[in-house]
Structure formats: structure tokens, C-alpha cells
Design a protein around this ligand. Sequence first.
Ligand code: NAD
Length: 457
Amino acid sequence: MSMLSIHNPATGEILAILPADDAASVAAKSRLARAAQTAWARVALQERLACVGRFRAGVVRELESLARTMTQETGKPITMSRNELNGLLARIDFFSAETAASIASETVFDDATTQEQIEHVPLGLIANISAWNYPWFVGSNVLIPALLTGNAVLYKPSEFAALTGLAMTRLWHEAGVPKDLLACLIGAADVGSALLEQDLDGVFFTGSHATGQRIAQTLAPRLVKLQLELGGKDPSYVCADADPQTAAAALADGAMYNTGQSCCSVERIYVHEAIHDSFVQAFVETVRSFKLGDPLQDSSYIGAITRAPQLAVLQAQVDDALAKGARLLTGGKRLSGPGNWFEPTVLIEVDHRMALMREESFGPIIGIQRVSDDAEALRLMNDTRYGLTAGVYTPDAARARALLAQIDAGSVYWNCCDRVSPRLPWSGVGDSGVGLTLSRYGIQTFTRPKAWHLRRV
Ligand code: NAD
């Protein structure tokens, strides 16, 4: 049996060694889940909702220890782990309130002879392949609606959040979800590949563009429903009429929250030249106030870099930007000593020749570019292969709407950033992926619409 070592990225120490899945165990779990799905689809929605209620109670009961586990295996500051779990409760409440109406059968035509109805039937057996950066959010965005709508799930948490994945699965089982219906698969890319070999009705993936593309290529011959929630290079523009201090405080948080390891982190900032210097001064002051340190301490704001190889990516982006003329205002390098740490880093005089402004950074580094008007900002914001989110800071609602209407992104923000709401669809365009989670559409996506043509003779 192969084993998976779980490391604490803040210290480098081994937290646990877990038995990993292999091709045979994945196939066995897949067969059991497939067999369990038929009965689960017949369980009344009220009973499935009761399971979700008990799952919620489990999360509330164990919140502090779940937060510690997530912090220890990912390096996420503990206050942010608690925020994620509290945010999960809001998502549970949304899905619990909305599922019945979202999947109720609809009569869309009815006359003397003919009735037409749409029924939402479960997809069947689905795979949930997850990222580590918000393991409770990205895991649950699939698990809650998939289970509520009658599906079986093979859930592969990231190898960097496997303890959290196991805890999540345990809480679902304790809440009454049959063990065979929801199986957790432990392992890395090889286990993910074995999962894709199974007889699946849907694959819901959250992770990097490179892996998403590989999964799409693997599944293409089999025409399995596929959703890919991938990365971003999310821009924000601060207009000439914005308050530079307020925008700087919000955007520093948007760029550095979760140590910059959010799919919707602010990754590029454009500032009108009229307020550029005062914005930059306030931004750097805010970033310097962020405390880097032990993720288990409440006072820490910057935690560890979860995956060690990302340190070299961050350093390469900083070095490339400096070689091409950028100016470093703070940070700029990894910290020596145990664990994976990178200083919060701010660069100005940047441009789109630099990888920093083109490739996903996924860490606490940010470039701020000066622009001379809205048209230039718009052109630069859209100069990307990605399209997850984009924001505009201005007190002028009409100006914001006009700009945001011309931006190709799944979500747009006026005077805010790095924000996700369970009520709104979460999706991307371009290299940020295909498909969506959250909102009523993120419930229906776990069903297929079955068309009923009924003729009274
Ligand atoms: P990753 O692509 O390295 O891994 C994601 C998952 O895929 C893991 O569970 C991994 O084990 C699995 N995997 C890897 N290779 C595989 C293969 N060949 N076949 C099947 N499965 C395989 O990504 P990551 O480092 O875990 O996550 C970071 C990325 O996720 C960032 O790009 C981030 O922007 C993105 N992300 C996007 C969203 C969103 O909602 N759009 C949310 C969170 C994270």
C-alpha cells in the first residue's frame, strides 16, 4: 500500500502519514458508489436536507479543531480558517433553502391536449476533484448540491488538504450520508487519474489551468459532463475620482488575504496617474502592517506558502519584473529557515511584458501599474487569457457600470474585490474555466433536465 505524507508548510514537519488509494481501491469505491446512488435518488429531499442539517451541526460543533487542522496542513492563518468555516455555514444555509425550488419539476406548457414538463434528474455518479486553498469551500460547493440533488460522489481532496477532506467526509457519514454513496480518495495526481478512468456521469474540478486542460483532454473521447473552475489573473482599477486610502486598504487585503492564495485574489492593480502616488503610499503602509508569522496565532495575517514549488514561481516573477524595470517597494524574497515563507511584496513601474502581470502568481506579490485614462485601464484589464473576476473603484456608479460591462469575467465588482456570494453564480471565462458553482444554477448543474411530452388522448 502506498502512503501519503502530510507536511505542515509553516514548519516543514510531518503531520501525518496516510494510507493512499490506488487503482484497485478507486475502482472498488466507484462500483459501490454507483450501486448506492439509485437508492439515494429515491430518498425524499426532506431526508437529504436533514442530513445536511446534521452535517452543519457537526461543523459548528467541531469548528475550532477543523480550523486548526486546515491551518496546520495548508499554512492558512487561523482567523481565516475560522472565517472559511463560518462562510461555509452560510453556503449550507443557502443550498438548504434553495434546492427544493431549484429542482422542482416545471410545467412549461399546458393546453387541452398537451402538457410539457421539465424534470431535474440527478446526473448519477460524479467526481469532485478539489484544490487545497479553500478546501471547505471548493469541496462543499460540489458536495452539498450534488448530494442534495441525489448524486453519488467520489471526492478527491487535494493531497495538500487531505486531513480536511477526511474530516469533511467523516462529518457527512456521521450526518447519515451512506458510506458507499460518498467516498473520499486519498492521493495525488495518480489517484486523480485513476478516478477519471471510472464510469462517471460528471467531473467537477477545481484547480490549476494546466491540470484542468489535462483532465479535459483525458475525458474528451468519453463526452462526460465536465466543469473546470480554474485560476485567474484578476485585475482591479482605481479611477481618478476614487479615494486612494480606502481603495488601497481594500485592495491590499484583496491581494494578500490567504497569503495571496485565492483564485480570486487581486493579482493586478491599475491606478489612475492623478492618485497613483498617494494610493501606492497607502497600499505599502497597509502591506507593511500585515503580520507574517505562525499561522496558529490569531495575530498572523500572512501565513505559509502551501506548496513549496510555488516559492520558485514567486521568486522568478519578482526577478523577471525587476530585470525588466520594475521597482520593488517592499518584500521581494523567500524567508530562510524551515517552512515555506515569502515576504509580502509590492512592485511598481510594472507592465505587461512581465510574467508578474500575465501569469497567475498565487502568492503574496502584487504589481501596481500607472494608467492615464479609463480606456487604457480597460484595455489592460482585458489583456489576459483569464477571466475570473475584475473590479473598479470609483464613487461614480454609471462610470463603474460602463467599465464593468466591457470586461470579460465571470464576476465583476464595484468598490469591492475578492468576494464570493452563495447567491451568485461562480464561473470563469477563457482560461479560468467552464461551468459554474453556487447560486441556483450551481444546484441545477448537478442534474440534467429531462423533457416530458404528455398527450391526453
Ligand atoms: P492542481 O491543479 O495542482 O490540483 C487540483 C486537484 O487536481 C488536486 O486534487 C490534484 O491532486 C488533482 N490532480 C492533479 N493532477 C491530476 C490529474 N492528472 N488527473 C486528475 N486529478 C489531478 O491545483 P491546486 O494547486 O490544488 O489549486 C490551485 C489552483 O486552483 C489555482 O490555479 C487556483 O486559482 C485554482 N482555484 C480555482 C478556484 C475557482 O473557483 N475557480 C478555486 C480555488 C482554486
